[in-house]
Design a protein around this ligand. Structure first.
Ligand code: IMP
Length: 185
């Protein structure tokens, strides 16, 4: 089955164009807010946020560094386990840096809370969150996200970096999955 055949069976929630426009908007806000707050470091938690982070950094008109962390809380399931495992840590020191975590999606907030707690011990000059998607009413975050792309309802979403069992990250739009049985690859 081709990817395009699989996505035809899904509901398109946010189009490529809408995502692009929103990221330009977020980039402008960050550019204006961080003009005098350098050095700026964007941290992309792998793997889901790599596409969002790649687009977001190019929408920010400031010099910045990018670093990556890999944590997981989902495994192959569609619900948060509450257990967060660190697979890969940052390469560089963030002490004295203004840090923005570019997150793909906040569901329960458990993953991000663990990251925030870890990063706060490393003495960044500031620490904020930019999340492309947020599922409202469920998260219990220690820091309110400063930049949010879209609030969505409680459906499971895929595409634009977000996966279902490792697949479907490579679509340009975001889709909601009501029936995962259509996604057997
Ligand atoms: P949280 O800890 O419940 O906030 O979950 C955060 C992580 O779970 C995200 O960074 C995603 O990797 C994954 N996740 C949460 N909701 C979804 C979804 O709807 N689709 C795909 N991945 C998701």
């Amino acid at each position: 089955m081709k990817l395009s055949e699989a996505t035809q069976k899904l509901t398109r929630l946010i189009s490529e164009e809408t995502i692009h426009e929103k990221i330009l908007e977020l980039g402008k806000c960050i550019t204006s807010d961080y003009r005098d707050k350098l050095p700026l470091v964007i941290i992309a938690p792998l793997r889901g946020s790599f596409i969002f982070a790649a687009d977001l950094i190019r929408a920010i008109d400031l010099p910045l560094r990018v670093d990556f962390m890999e944590v997981s809380s989902y495994g192959n399931e569609m619900h948060s386990s509450g257990n967060v495992k660190i697979h890969k840590d940052l390469r560089d020191d963030i002490a004295g840096c203004h840090v923005i975590i570019a997150e793909d999606i906040i569901d329960t907030g458990l993953t991000l809370n663990t990251l925030l707690a870890m990063l706060q011990t490393r003495n960044p000059a500031s620490l904020e969150i930019a999340s492309l998607l947020i599922k409202p009413h469920k998260h219990a975050l220690s820091i309110k996200p400063k930049y949010v792309g879209f609030s969505i309802d409680d459906s499971f979403v895929v595409g634009y970096g977000l996966d279902y069992r490792g697949f479907l990250r490579n679509t340009s739009s975001i889709y909601s999955v009501s029936d995962p049985s259509v996604l057997e690859f």
